[in-house]
Design a protein around this ligand. Structure first.
Ligand code: BES
Ligand code: ZN
Ligand code: ZN
Length: 483
C-alpha cells in the first residue's frame, strides 16, 4: 500500500473513490447528500457506501488517535471487496500531528492484514493507493513534513506489528525453534544494521542454562537461544529485550486440559514482539543500541520430560523447585534474563505470554506492566496509552513474595496460592534480576492481547502483535526525553 500527498484540491485529484468523514452528527454540512442519507437511513454512524458516485461516508467519532485507527481500519474494511485501486481523502486527520498520520497508516494497514495461507478462498484486495490532499484542511494547521514523518512511522510500526502477527499465527508444526532462528537470520540479512547470532543446546549447556534446557527436554526439537542486535552510530542507550519463545506449550507433564492447550502456538508472542521491535527500530534508524534475546523451545511430554519435584540450578545460580511444568515460561526467561544482564543494559524489558492469571485479572485486551521502579512503570504506562495498546501496572506486593518460597530450593516455580498469579510470576522473575538492574527492568505480561480468538477494534481474530507498538513508542519517548 502506498500513501501519497497531493498538493491539489480534492476535486482535482484523480482516484477511484472518495472518502468523506462524518464528524458532525447532525450532518449539517452534507446538504447535497441529505436525500441519499435519508433513503439509506444513515444517521452519521458507521459507514455508508455510495457506489454510484464513488463515495464512502465514514464516521470519525472523535479526535483521539484510537478514533483515527478505528476509522481507517473501517475505511479499508468497507472498500476491500470493491475492485478499486485508489482512494482520495482530505487532510483533516485528528490534530494533524505526527501521531495522527501515524495512526492513519496503522489503521489502514491493520485493515489490510489477514492470515489466510491455509484457506482455499483468500480475501485479496486491489486497493493500493491512498491519496491525501494537502490542500483540503478545513482551516486546520498542517505541516507536510510532520505528516510525512507520521505516515512513515505508522507504516513501519504497522508492518512490524503485522510481521509479529505472522510469526504468532503460524502453526506449531511449521513454526519450530529452528524456524524462529531462520526468521531471525533473515531479519538480519534484510536489514543491514541488524546482526544475528544463533546458539544451540551445546552453548546452553556450557552457559549452565539448566532451567531453559529442562523445559526443552521432552521436545523432539532442539532449543535455540537467538541474539539479535542493532547499533546506531550515535547510540544514546542500550536496551535489551527478552522474549518468551515457546513455539508450543502443551504444559509438559503437568499437561494442559485440551481446551486450554488450543492457542498455545501463541506462546511465542514475546519473542515475536521482540523481533518486530528490532525490525521497526532499525527501519526508523533510532539512535539506540538494541539487543533481543529470544528463548525458543517447545514444552512437551515424554519419558525424558522434566518433572514436578525436580530442582534446577539456573544460570544465575539460583536453585528452582519445579512443582508445575506448565510454569515453564519463567524458567526459560530466568536463564535468558541472566544472559541479558551480562550485556549491561541501561534498560531491560522482558515480554511474555506468562500467565493465564494476567488474562483473568485484566481481560483479554490488556497487558500487565511489572517491575521495581515505579517511575519507569508510570512512564511506560503513559507512552503505551498513546501507542494504541492497552496496558496497566500490576504492583508488586511484599506479602506475595512469600508465596514462591520453597522448602528445598531458593525459589519455587509456582506460588502456593492461585491468587495474584500474574504478580507472583513477576516476582519469580525478579529473583533473577541482579541488584544493579532492579530499577532498570520491566516485565510485560502480554498473555491477554497477544492472541484473541475474535475480531476486536482494529485487530483480527488471532495474533495482535502485542508489545511492538508500545515498546517502540516508549523507545521514541526515551530518545525525545534525552534530547
Ligand atoms: N503460556 C501459559 C500462560 C498463558 C495462558 C498464556 C493463557 C496465554 C493464555 C503459561 O506457560 C502457563 O501455562 N502458565 C500457568 C502458570 C501456572 C501453572 C502457575 C497458568 O497461567 O496457568
Ligand atoms: Zn505453560
Ligand atoms: Zn507458556
Amino acid at each position: 500500500m502506498q500513501f501519497i500527498f497531493e498538493d491539489k484540491k480534492l476535486n482535482s485529484i484523480k482516484a477511484d473513490f472518495e472518502v468523506i468523514f462524518i464528524q458532525d452528527k447532525n450532518l449539517k454540512p452534507y446538504n447535497e447528500e441529505k436525500k441519499f442519507f435519508k433513503l439509506n437511513n444513515f444517521k452519521g454512524e458507521g459507514a455508508l457506501l455510495d457506489t454510484r458516485n464513488y463515495k464512502l461516508f465514514i464516521e470519525l467519532k472523535g479526535l483521539s488517535y484510537e478514533d483515527i485507527r478505528l476509522c481507517f481500519f473501517n475505511i479499508y474494511k468497507n472498500l476491500e471487496k470493491l475492485n478499486i485501486k485508489s482512494i482520495k481523502l482530505p487532510s483533516i486527520i485528528g490534530d494533524c500531528t505526527v501521531r495522527s498520520f501515524c495512526s492513519l497508516a496503522e489503521g489502514m494497514l491493520f485493515g489490510a492484514y489477514n492470515f489466510n495461507k491455509y484457506k482455499k478462498e483468500k480475501q485479496t484486495s486491489t486497493l493500493e493507493k491512498i491519496i491525501i490532499s494537502s490542500q483540503e484542511l478545513n482551516g486546520k494547521k498542517f505541516d507536510l513534513n510532520e505528516a510525512k514523518i507520521g505516515l512513515e512511522r505508522g507504516q513501519i510500526l504497522a508492518h512490524a506489528t503485522n510481521f509479529a502477527k505472522d510469526i504468532v499465527n503460524e502453526i506449531p508444526e511449521i513454526y519450530t525453534p529452528l524456524k524462529m532462528a531462520e526468521d531471525a537470520q533473515k531479519l538480519a540479512k534484510d536489514h543491514k544494521n541488524i546482526s544475528c547470532k544463533i546458539y544451540d543446546e551445546k552453548f546452553l549447556m556450557k552457559e549452565k542454562m539448566n532451567a531453559f534446557l529442562a523445559v526443552n527436554k521432552a521436545s523432539s526439537l532442539p532449543p535455540r537461544l537467538i541474539h539479535l542486535s542493532y547499533k546506531a552510530k550515535n547510540s544514546k542507550k542500550r536496551v535489551v529485550f527478552v522474549g518468551k519463545g515457546l513455539t508450543y506449550d502443551s504444559g509438559g507433564l503437568s499437561l494442559k486440559p485440551s481446551d486450554y492447550m488450543v492457542t498455545m502456538k501463541a506462546d511465542k508472542s514475546g519473542a515475536a514482539a521482540a523481533m518486530g521491535i528490532i525490525k521497526a527500530v532499525s527501519e526508523l534508524n533510532l539512535d539506540l543500541e538494541i539487543h533481543c534475546i529470544l528463548g525458543a523451545t517447545e514444552n512437551m511430554i515424554g519419558g525424558n520430560a522434566y518433572k514436578p519435584d525436580d530442582v534446577l540450578i539456573s544460570r544465575e545460580g539460583v536453585s528452582i523447585e519445579v512443582r508445575n511444568t506448565d510454569a515453564e515460561g519463567r524458567l526459560v526467561l530466568a536463564d535468558c534474563l541472566s544472559y541479558a544482564q551480562d550485556l549491561k543494559p541501561d534498560l531491560l524489558i522482558d515480554m511474555a505470554t506468562l500467565t493465564g492469571a494476567c488474562v483473568v485479572g485484566l481481560g483479554e485486551f490488556t497487558s500487565g506492566i511489572m517491575g521495581n521502579n515505579e517511575d519507569l512503570q508510570n512512564e511506560f504506562y503513559q507512552s503505551s496509552k498513546k501507542s494504541g495498546e492497552y496496558a496497566t501496572i500490576l504492583h508488586f506486593n511484599p506479602y506475595l513474595k512469600d508465596l514462591i518460597k520453597s522448602n528445598i530450593a531458593d525459589v519455587c516455580n509456582v506460588a502456593s496460592s492461585r491468587y495474584g498469579g500474574a504478580i507472583t510470576a513477576g516476582l519469580f522473575l525478579d529473583k533473577f534480576i541482579r541488584q544493579e538492574y532492579k530499577d532498570k527492568w520491566l516485565h510485560l505480561d502480554i498473555a491477554g492481547p497477544a492472541y484473541v480468538e475474535k475480531n476486536w477494534g482494529y485487530s483480527n481474530f488471532g495474533a495482535s502483535g502485542a508489545g511492538v507498538r508500545m515498546c517502540v513508542n516508549f523507545l521514541i519517548h526515551l530518545l525525545r526525553k534525552n534530547k
